[in-house]
Design a protein around this ligand. Structure first.
Ligand code: E4P
Length: 301
């Protein structure tokens, strides 16, 4: 599995590169704006992005501003021409840039993906929230598809009336297995009270229970990634899946178990991955056990 860093902070990018584990980077306009603003006039946007592209040992995803097919294609070409001479660049295009029901933009994302891909520009399709969108992204020729796992977990929890910052924090692991267990038990209790299968099928309490804890058959962000991988493998699509919007180390482990091609990770999540209480305890014990004779092995003559 490749690891991309999901940030536009040069300090974070170079530190993570120095750990020897970075294969690429993903940015978005908000991340880049924040990073450049922090340098208050000391660097231009152009110089800043060029620097990122130069130091990252792999593709850097740069996002268009969205909108119409023409705008996205023009912006995608411009970003690619401007920055690909300095390193590897992929252009991030939203799978569906539509904001209003009647703006007519629903398929402009797919059209732009097809156009840029046909021109040889690698496209990273962003804001993927369903396996169906990922299927369309692959059909349109995308080099990468980015399902937003954490945001789907947020959405499922919001559907159950849970509030971020109150009932759960952004980085909290979403325990969908526990939730499924609780739901199954509730469903069994309801089914036990009914007499026939048709009654079970039409019972409104059961219908409500079935709808809890999922987004149209997707049970978590990790499940979204699993379904996309299954579909891509079924048909041999070459599009690589970038598990995005990952907020904790356990989610990273779960997408790695699925065999996802790439995980794009915030700096803090990478830092979380290296930690364990027993590792630190073991280090303390080994260090305490060092005897002078053993230390002398390493002393220069
Ligand atoms: C990556 O491409 C996305 O910009 C990022 O992973 C979104 O993460 P978030 O949902 O935690 O904001």
């Amino acid at each position: 599995m490749k690891i991309f860093i999901d940030t536009a902070e040069l300090d974070e990018i170079s530190e993570a590169i120095s750990w020897g584990i970075i294969d690429g980077a993903t940015t978005n306009p908000s991340l880049i704006k924040k990073a450049v603003d922090r340098r208050a006039g000391k660097v231009t946007m152009d110089e800043y992005i060029r620097e990122i592209v130069k130091i990252v040992p792999g593709p850097v995803s740069l996002e268009v501003l969205g909108g119409t097919f023409d705008e996205m294609v023009t912006q995608g070409r411009l970003l690619y021409e401007k920055f690909s001479p300095y390193g590897e660049v992929a252009i991030k295009i939203p799978v569906n840039p539509s904001i209003r029901k009647d703006d007519g933009l629903e398929f402009d994302g797919l059209r732009a993906i097809r156009q840029l891909s046909d021109e040889g520009i690698p496209v990273n399709v962003t804001l993927i929230m369903t396996p169906e969108q990922a299927l369309l992204a692959a059909k349109a020729g995308a080099a990468y598809a980015s399902p937003f796992a954490g945001r789907i977990d947020d959405y499922i929890r919001a559907g159950m009336g849970m509030k971020r910052g109150v009932d759960f924090q952004k980085g909290d692991y979403f325990d969908h297995a526990l939730l499924r267990k609780a739901l199954e038990r509730k469903m069994d209790e309801t089914i036990d009270r009914l007499d026939s299968i048709p009654e079970v099928y039409v019972n409104s309490d059961l219908k409500k229970l079935v709808a809890v804890g999922q987004d149209n058959g997707v049970f978590s962000g990790v499940d979204l990634v699993a379904k996309i991988l299954r579909i891509y493998r079924n048909y041999g699509f070459k599009t690589e899946v970038i598990a995005a919007s990952l907020r904790n180390a356990r989610q990273v482990r779960e997408v790695a178990e699925l065999g996802v091609h790439i995980a794009t990770l915030p700096f803090e999540v990478i830092k979380q991955m290296v930690k364990h209480y027993k590792t630190t305890e073991g280090m303390k014990n080994f260090t305490a056990d060092i005897v002078p004779q053993y230390r002398s092995l390493f002393e220069q003559k």
